[in-house]
Design a protein around this ligand. Structure first.
Ligand code: HEM
Length: 212
């Protein structure tokens, strides 16, 4: 497990390494800032998908070790979001707070991006075991459900910035929709009263309920 995790940790740095390599080889195109902004935005969504896939995959396969990768991938989503946001704040807006504020008010897509990013901060800050113990399992879980709100705001942000070809935001919406649906189906099944099987009905009739 440790080796798999270490390999996936290194692999998750791949997109950043690729970007740095492109930077040194002049491969970032005519507008390098746009290139960095766009690729880091996409990777944030990609890592959110990977993070949210861990639980349904674990339930389907019974591989419990997948649960231990969730936090790592979630932090990678945050890591790429930080690069994305810093690219915008620094290279695009030169940290000019007035211009940034005007952009947030004028362009709803920027506001949606900010919302998604701001929602990520408490999740990253409480991702450690110590914080999970401090908050208590139930509260921690409730807080971390906000990851779906992060994904929804991120996808809305993507829809609003696309002007012609909606294929990619549509694809992301469908994937997140399926992940959300998988979660609801699981919860519904878990909360549904068990349907008695022929054997359990017979046991109950014979007064042997609970003997197995
Ligand atoms: C403070 C928060 C954020 C700001 C100011 C921001 C800003 C931007 C800007 C200016 C663009 C490029 C628009 C263009 O080139 O036409 C962009 C693209 C994008 N952003 Fe954000 N963003 C933020 C947060 C996020 C977050 C948290 C996510 C993901 C959850 C995200 C996902 C994306 C995606 C997927 C793209 C498009 C990539 C592509 O065109 O391939 N952004 N963002």
């Amino acid at each position: 497990m440790r080796r798999i995790k270490a390999a996936l940790f290194v692999a998750s740095l791949g997109p950043l390494a690729y970007l740095i390599w492109l930077g040194f080889t002049g491969g970032l195109g005519a507008d390098p800032v746009e290139f960095i902004r766009r690729s880091t935005g996409t990777w944030t969504l990609d890592f959110l998908i990977i993070t949210l896939s861990m639980t349904p995959l674990r339930r389907m396969t019974g591989w419990h070790w997948l649960a231990r990768l969730r936090r790592m991938f979630g932090l990678y989503a945050f890591f790429y979001a930080v690069i994305h946001v810093v690219t915008y704040l620094w290279l695009d807006q030169l940290f000019d707070l007035e211009t940034i504020w005007r952009d947030v008010i004028k362009r709803p897509l920027i506001a949606a991006g900010f919302l998604s990013f701001v929602l990520m901060i408490p999740l990253a800050a409480t991702s450690t075991d110590r914080m999970a113990r401090r908050l208590g399992g139930k509260r921690w879980q409730q807080l971390h459900r906000a990851v779906y709100a992060v994904a929804i705001a991120g996808v809305i942000h993507f829809w609003w910035l696309v002007k012609l070809d909606y294929t990619r935001p549509l694809l992301y919406s469908m994937i997140f929709g399926c992940l959300l649906l998988a979660r609801f189906v699981y919860r519904f099944r878990r909360n549904a009263p068990a349907i008695p099987t022929v054997q359990s009905a017979a046991r109950m009739r014979d007064g042997r309920a609970g003997s197995v």
